[in-house]
Design a protein around this ligand. Structure first.
Ligand code: ACO
Length: 403
């Protein structure tokens, strides 16, 4: 009477697609990617045009509302976000529970999740008005949460956001100002940081955005959904790649050692991968990488760092990898995170904050996708199946008969 539960027929008809290589998990109006042609559009607008002419909050509005705002809509949106940047005072207690050397992403997973305990009046995902308030709160408060996790690391007092600054300037201010020393953000650096935010704002169904959708599909509150997205982003194969790239470049140290690292990346018995190379969807140059490469030049010139040895090393590594048969055959090109770390490092941002900044920017996309999903009539709870490969049915064995 033993039923072999491992047979396909006993489990019904299923698609088996580990890593979702060829599964569209939803329909979406937000972001379009053509990985072969190297195209990325937010709501139909090419990323190159948005990076050149727009700014992060306008892009966040576009992602969330579907169209670019007119002047009045933009002013209202920017004012609303700006007025929500403060954290509930009791939230600062959370930081004190962490070790001083806690990774900022660990602190962010905890504190963004904890927002659901403080902002319960915007936690009902089935209420359209509450969803709007949650969206503003997340966009406004995540930069404060991220900057404070850095301040906590370095043992300096938390700096409150200032309404006179724009979004990127405010973040730099909260990172680098102290009560003893005022700080005026450099507009060129603030613009470069804003561009990093724009480039990272959304990227359709990547691991973290899919996570937000899966968590949100159960009706979980938006703060819990975004905390789950942050956890997913943290991994070195996803958002953690910008930190891992810089660590790798520092480890390589000198152009004479590039060959050794390329050999390791190609060696299938070695788990090492060249960080900042390759992408699930782009099998051509990542369009964000091209923009980031240019931004890298601008920032290093502004700071008089054009001879920065790490940037030179990165360019050399890029050249050698792009000419290597293995990388050519597997279509492995530098992705956006290959350059963003160099830009942030030049601004004085420590490696451990790189992924936190990615999370801050991706919050716009997570919120937009969560809102799209929750308000869609097609939406059902995400509940994938599996192919069971364990033992067939067997009878319980009393302890005294077990060998
Ligand atoms: N270095 C060396 N080999 C690589 C690399 C790399 N960076 N990336 C992929 N490969 C190889 C794989 O070993 C595999 O080889 P095989 O066919 O001999 O088995 C082949 O290329 C395909 O790789 P997969 O892992 O199957 O591709 P997948 O689409 O699953 O992975 C990923 C994409 C995770 C981005 C991968 O390229 C990688 O690990 N890159 C390094 C980490 C990184 O930069 N991540 C950032 C992604 S972009 C972002 O999140 C903003």
């Amino acid at each position: 009477d033993v039923i072999d539960t491992r047979s396909l027929s006993s489990q019904g008809i299923l698609t088996y697609d580990p890593g979702f290589m060829s599964t569209a998990s939803c329909s979406s109006n937000i972001t379009y990617i053509d990985g072969d042609a190297g195209l990325l559009y937010y709501r139909g607008y090419p990323i190159e045009q948005l990076a050149e002419h727009s700014d992060f909050l306008e892009v966040a509005y576009l992602l969330i509302h579907g169209d670019l705002p007119n002047a009045e809509q933009k002013e209202k949106f920017v004012n609303t976000v700006t007025r929500h940047t403060l954290l509930h005072d009791l939230m600062s207690n959370f930081y004190r529970g962490f070790r001083r050397d806690a990774h900022p992403m660990a602190v962010m997973v905890g504190t963004v999740g904890a927002m659901s305990a403080f902002y319960r009046d915007s936690s009902d995902s089935f209420d359209a008005k509450q969803r709007q308030v949650a969206a503003y709160r997340l966009l406004a408060k995540v930069p404060t949460i991220a900057a404070w996790s850095y301040k906590y690391n370095v043992g300096l007092p938390f700096m409150y956001p200032q309404n006179r600054f724009n979004y990127a300037e405010n973040f730099l201010y909260m990172m680098f100002a102290t009560p003893a020393e005022d700080y005026e953000p450099n507009p060129i650096l603030a613009r470069a940081l804003d561009r990093i935010f724009v480039l990272h704002a959304d990227h359709e169904q990547n691991a973290s955005s899919s996570t937000v959708r899966v968590v949100g599909s159960s009706g979980a509150n938006p703060f819990a959904c975004v905390a789950a997205g942050i956890a997913s982003l943290w991994g070195p194969l996803h958002g953690g790649a910008n930190e891992a790239t810089l660590t790798m470049l520092e480890e390589i140290g000198d152009a004479s050692r590039i060959g050794e690292y390329i050999r390791r990346a190609k060696d299938k018995t070695d788990s090492f991968r060249l960080m900042g190379f390759g992408h699930r969807v782009y099998k051509n140059m990542d369009p964000r990488a091209a923009i980031m490469r240019q931004t890298c030049h601008e920032v290093l010139n502004e700071l008089g760092l054009h001879d920065d040895p790490l940037f030179k090393l990165a360019l050399e590594l890029e050249k050698i990898a792009l000419e290597d048969d293995y990388f050519v055959e597997k279509k492995l090109y530098p992705n956006v995170d290959f350059y963003s770390g160099i830009v942030m490092r030049a601004m004085g941002i420590p490696n451990s904050m790189f992924t936190a900044i990615f999370a801050l920017a991706r919050t716009a996309g997570w919120v937009a996708q969560w809102m799209e999903m929750v308000s869609s009539v097609e939406q059902r709870i995400a509940r994938p199946r599996q192919l069971y490969t364990g033992p067939v049915r067997r009878d319980f064995v009393p302890m005294e008969q077990r060998t």
